[in-house]
Design a protein around this ligand. Sequence first.
Ligand code: NAD
Length: 292
Amino acid sequence: MGRLDERVAIVTGAGRGVGRAHALALASEGAAVIVNDLGGTARGEGSDPTPAQEVVAEIEAAGGRAVANSADVSDWEASGEMVRHAIGTYGRLDVLVNNAGILRDRSIANMSEDEWDVVVAVHLKGHGATMHHACRYWREQSKAGEAVDAAIINTTSVSGILGQFGQTNYGAAKAGIAALTVIGQLEMERFGVRVNCIAPYARTRLTGMPGPTSDDFDALDPSNIAPFVAYLASPGCPMKGKVFFVHGGTIQLARPWNLAESINKDGRWEVDELFEAAAPLADIDVAPRMPA
Ligand SMILES: NC(=O)c1ccc[n+]([C@@H]2O[C@H](COP(=O)([O-])OP(=O)(O)OC[C@H]3O[C@@H](n4cnc5c(N)ncnc54)[C@H](O)[C@@H]3O)[C@@H](O)[C@H]2O)c1
């Protein structure tokens, strides 16, 4: 008996890296998995169906159920086709793991329009498009009287929730994904959908970290992230609208943007008086804290 028996899950960008590990873990817990991957380069160039097919073969060899899907998640219609692919193949959809991603790092002053557009499209639109189609399906199920117990797991980054130099395109998209998670939860809770988000940290082609140098626990293994994703995907999981930093054996809850000290006046401020009244706000330390 697995935690995800009878459940059907889509994992985007599941041909490599942390997405591949998510797909293997969900399948080993009993889910039928739509292994989505466009198969391009880390910069988002080209396409190749092989990575997704290889993960499907791995899942099947381990006795699981999976089917490959090569939709580009930044394509609104193709994302709809992927949701229909899941429902057409396995009769239902219960879990959506939005993970596909690329990088085109550049400081804002040097950024090209294309570098901006393609990164925001794959990450932010790639999450919004799949969520739109899956949420329409779950809303219909709920309105038809079905008991919906669905889960969305989105993928943000330390760059999106704390900020990282040289990643304005990526970090802005990832911050948007954290907001999409919080708002998605507000909108979809009444239809039986939980929406959570992870910021993983692991060795993949995107991070290019060196391999393990000892037989000790490998905290950078991308497979370390997957059990928490399987947990978030499971019926009975209590998490709703939350964002977590996940690395090795650490699962750390993130606090969203919060309001701090204020200055107040019974009326509209004059610019000149703000030079004095607002000055103390400049000295309050609200700098984000990087995880240890
Ligand atoms: N590895 C980390 O430490 C880390 C840190 C923070 C966030 N992330 C996020 O985790 C996710 C997975 O990254 P990874 O490190 O495993 O990278 P990866 O390159 O190993 O895997 C990403 C996969 O997404 C696929 N993909 C890219 N664009 C796609 C599209 N338009 N449609 C469908 N598939 C597409 C790629 O082909 C690739 O197989 C990304 O969203 C990334 O931003 C990773």
